[in-house]
Design a protein around this ligand. Sequence first.
Ligand code: MG
Length: 390
Amino acid sequence: MATEKAKHLKRISILGSTGSIGKNTLKVISRYPDRFRVVGIAAGSNIQVLESQILTYRPEVVAVFDEPAAARLRKKNLPVEILTGEKGLIEVATLKQADMIVSAIVGSAGLMPTFAAVKAGKDVALATKEALVMAGEMIMAEALKRGVKIIPVDSEHSAVFQCINGRVREEIQKIILTASGGPFLRKKLSELKKAAPEDALRHPNWFMGKKITIDSATLMNKGLEVIEAHHLFGMPVHKIDVVLHPQSIIHSMVEFIDGSVMAQMSVPDMKGPICYALSYPQRFKKVLPSLNMSKVRGLTFEKPDKKRYPCLGLAYEALKAGGTMPSVLNAANEVAVEAFLNKKIFFTEIYNIVALTMQKHKVSKCVNIDDALKASEWAKEKAKNLISKN
Ligand code: MG
């Protein structure tokens, strides 16, 4: 019996354990203690949350990216080794005893640890979409070479993954990603410019981290997801559509060549896609509450307005340009979103900063991870300059 149990136990390392996805992953893991065990966790600098996670989940290895924070945590004399820096993150990403890595570090900082996990032959439950945006070709090629599964955690991609359910690419006509439209779906266009971070952070349906919530208000998040879908499912850009669906009940759809459309639905709760990525190909009982269709007042769809959401167009442009451009889009957006959160630029200037940075970039080929990282660093500098001249 003991060996039978051990056979079904999946050992998991979480990169980004103190963020929204990380915390939800730990909630899922605690619900199924005979199926999952945490062996490693890594975070940026939030050692307060990390300390309580260490005491609750007893991981074997812990990494804190920020060195001073790691030093403060070491002083607590917790019963675990505390690593630090990118090297520490990579160690957690490649832990020998881990069967699966949950990649949930926000932004470009998640690229190297995610790539290291794939290179080490670890299956990855992927939430850090930025890694695929920056270096999708290289990550997917490496995964193919090593027989690594990359299972999406992003709710839209989890939906597409579930709808495709093993069918071949040739049978897929298009992927339709749904977007809630964020908090500014009905706001007057003239009022968008002066929208405050507090307003943009009030997402109607999902509770998420700050960066992704702002990206949802600009629809850049959906743009990054278009690029993510292109890499994950090998679909060309013209076969990936975005439709606004304010109720967030349908998490995305797939149209097949015979005209049939499959949609995946559930209450909007990230524990659903997280658990599916961890338990795949199995489904576990009672992960989410039942979806009461008689209480869902209606499912509506509309085309995203280009004037309201110009960032979505930038993402399509970046994907069409290819090479280093998606990495530039992503980096400029990171810098612009941070500047907006710090009230250095207006909401509508996020678009301007990203667009200008892209205009100034000469696209080159992305042959290895370094090319993607260099383009990202270049774009961050350029975007910062543009903001300081603002
Ligand atoms: Mg999403």
